[in-house]
Ligand binder design. Structure first.
Ligand SMILES: [Fe+2]
Length: 389
């Protein structure tokens, strides 16, 4: 989506005859979004992607969500979850969700033995720990720690970890986009954007898997699920081009915008999706006014729920959080530095923290995992503890 990409063999015009060496026709496929009116790609398969041998039920466990009631700030310690022994899809455990987005933790300990396709919206996977390959019909996308993997709706994929992979998973109901204010009238990233097209990694197209058999694709679309058994290998693509493809962005490549005084979260925006805004907080120099307070002021974001996932470093403005912690600062609930944190921050010139955030503009509900690992005293963490005598 950041820019036009072409890979492999293509005919010189779209929608014309494109023949294999044996004289047969390659099968052209349009993968488009918003009907035919938003980004799309054209893929050329050895054989048609439509050959469906069977469609079976995929009975996924129902996600039970409860209201954030009483409405308050919360802290979930997800870092201590045991290894799952499962793959990237089966290990997904929802944490928070609403009609726009579901946020889950996944701990992929083994390769997926089937393909997966989410046709209900884009997925944004943040890799906390681990490395491996996302195998797709567009090619292979190698991933590593602190990568965002942006997976457009309709992508068929299989995640193959080379090392156990812990991810924060965002399932959106729409498109994950680069904020409009970072792009010029032609879509190119502006000079003031905190990243550049060169920072995004596209999949590497491999030799087509020119095989027939019975291949399993687990398909999900909102709450509707199915298992497709298809005759032709999904990765039998000889070439593709367009703007719709999975890509990776490592937050180490994010060039944070810093200032004389405190910069609010929108200065750290990475992506956006319907009802959600994503930010990355990465190692950076602090504000350079001689009297600047480096850490955030007290605030209540009255019209959004703020979710921060703590990745690494010293989280100076938050008491009690650790790697893998998730804080939910609920709409309207005041929060800010805990007692003593402002004084402790004075004179500091930089931070080594890495954290990623998603703000949602509709209320988030809580899933069972969240309630099971909640630090239920977090909302009291701003109370001043009297000095002992
Ligand atoms: Fe906040």
């Amino acid at each position: 989506m950041p820019s036009y990409v072409r890979a492999g063999s293509l005919p010189h015009k779209r929608h014309i005859q494109f023949r294999r060496p044996d004289g047969g026709l390659y099968a052209e496929e349009l993968l488009s979004t918003k009907g035919f009116e938003s980004v799309y790609s054209l893929l050329y398969h050895e054989r048609p992607p439509t050959a469906t041998l069977d469609v079976l039920p995929w009975k996924r466990p129902q996600v039970r969500l409860v209201e954030n009631d009483p409405l308050r700030n919360r802290h979930f310690k997800t870092g201590a979850l045991p290894p799952s022994g499962l793959d990237a899809i089966e290990s997904r455990v929802p944490l928070l969700g609403n009609a726009d987005i579901t946020v889950s933790i996944a701990q992929a300990d083994r390769p997926m033995e089937y393909f997966y396709r989410n046709t209900g919206g884009d997925e944004l996977l943040f890799v906390h720990h681990g490395a491996g390959v996302l195998e797709t019909q567009f090619g292979e996308l190698a991933y590593r720690e602190r990568d965002y993997l942006i997976v457009p709706t309709g992508t068929i994929y299989r995640l193959i970890p080379a090392a156990p992979t812990r991810m924060l998973v965002h399932e959106s109901s729409g498109s994950v986009k680069i904020p409009r204010r970072y792009r010029n009238e032609f879509g190119q990233l502006e000079e003031h954007a905190p990243y550049y097209e060169r920072d995004f990694r596209a999949p590497v197209l491999k030799a087509p898997v020119n095989e027939q058999g019975e291949y399993e694709i687990r398909v999900t679309n909102a709450d509707r699920n199915a298992v497709y058994i298809v005759q032709n290998h999904p990765c039998d693509v000889v070439g593709w081009d367009g703007y719709c493809y999975p890509y990776a962005f490592n937050v180490d490549e994010f060039s944070p915008i810093t200032g004389k005084l405190h910069m609010p979260p929108p200065a750290h925006a990475t992506f956006e999706a319907p009802g959600a805004a994503f930010c990355a907080f990465v190692p950076r120099l602090f504000d350079y006014h001689p009297l600047a307070i480096p850490i955030p002021y007290n605030h209540s974001s009255v019209d959004c729920d703020e979710v921060i996932y703590y990745v690494s470093g010293n989280f100076m403005s938050r008491r009690g959080v650790e790697e893998g912690s998730v804080t939910l600062h609920a709409a309207g609930a005041p929060h800010g530095p805990q007692p003593g944190a402002v004084e402790a921050s004075l004179g500091k010139t930089s931070t080594d923290e890495v954290a990623v955030m998603v703000d949602t503009f509709r209320p988030l509900m809580l899933a069972e995992l969240a309630l099971g690992c909640e630090d239920s005293n977090y909302f009291r963490s701003w109370v001043e503890v009297p000095a002992s005598r």
